[in-house]
Design a protein around this ligand. Structure first.
Ligand SMILES: [Zn+2]
Length: 300
């Protein structure tokens, strides 16, 4: 979270507190007069106004809930799929294999669960790419799968995407302006009550319009250099914890070309990954034969 957000939150809090004191004073005054004057409805309006303010304040000053993140993600995933071809219906050997690697990494990660769980989706595309959509929809192209020489390289690329989800990069990249618009829509919709119902929340998807476009852009164009580096470095630990050789990530990065859907300079990123791996002083898992064999049997 950046300082700008914190300072704007501080200002929001001060504004809210001033409004709260002014309105509370109004209600107390009304209460004093309530016995003498027929001000019942005004008192109620004052209390409701404060309740509403508390709702608005809470709504603006929180992160998206896992459910909201899921509905944003689902909408982004659907819009990405409009222009892309799925490899299959999810039950082919290749799709199951990618899903197995993905779930192994997700379960080992610092965010093993998302609302409705992670999904690993194979796209039929020659472009070498992978991207992570809020709430754990992770797309991997057949181009990327074919570029990998072994399962550890493939796992390196998938671990990077899982860590974008762990670090909540897709939703933290949403600008304050877009977030405020979505939140004000949520508030208008009746935040607290509406969000308790799954069906009502599903209907909110339409309210995320602006956000969906923005997330779409950051998912496809990549994040800033720092976020990419954070996802790379977090992947070293994740790969080691899951029993993969983290050199798979740096060797995969070195195969990627700068530009296109690839974020940052792949060689610089690979070097940063190798620098971190060297701090493990050789204590990293070896490439396992059974993983190499199953990779060879599926990827031609
Ligand atoms: Zn990335």
């Amino acid at each position: 979270m950046n300082t700008k957000t914190n300072s704007s939150k501080g200002i929001n809090k001060i504004i809210f507190l001033i409004l709260f004191v002014v309105l509370s004073f109004g209600v107390v005054k009304c209460k004093e007069l309530a016995g003498l004057l027929p001000y019942g409805s005004e008192i109620m309006t004052g209390i409701e106004a404060i309740d509403k303010l508390v709702d608005v304040y809470d709504a603006y000053n929180r992160e998206f809930t896992p459910q909201e993140e899921y509905y944003i993600g689902r909408t982004v995933a659907a819009s990405l799929l409009k222009k892309r071809r799925l490899y299959g219906t999810g039950d082919s050997g290749l799709e199951k294999y990618i899903s197995k690697i993905g779930h192994t990494l997700a379960m080992t990660s610092d965010r093993p669960e998302t609302y409705q769980g992670y999904r690993f989706i194979v796209l039929n595309s020659r472009s070498v790419n992978a991207f992570a959509v809020p709430s754990g929809f992770i797309f991997v192209t057949t181009g990327l799968i074919k570029t990998a020489s072994n399962e550890d390289e493939l796992a390196g690329a998938i671990a990077h995407e899982v860590n974008h989800i762990v670090l909540r990069h897709p939703t933290t990249s949403i600008s304050d302006a877009q977030k405020n618009e979505a939140v004000s829509n949520l508030v208008k919709f009746g935040a607290g009550k509406a969000l308790s119902s799954d069906k009502a929340l599903a209907n909110l998807t339409g309210l995320f319009g602006g956000i969906v476009d923005e997330v779409n852009k950051s998912v496809l164009n990549g994040y800033d250099a720092q976020k990419e580096k954070d996802a790379d470095l977090a992947s070293v630990k994740l790969l080691v914890d899951a029993g993969y050789n983290p050199k798979g990530l740096s060797s995969m990065l070195r195969k990627l070309k700068k530009g296109g859907g690839i974020h940052g300079d792949p060689n610089v990123r690979a070097q940063n990954v190798d620098n971190l791996i060297s701090s493990y002083k050789g204590k990293v898992p070896n490439i396992l034969t059974y993983r190499s064999n199953r990779f060879k049997s599926l990827i031609k």
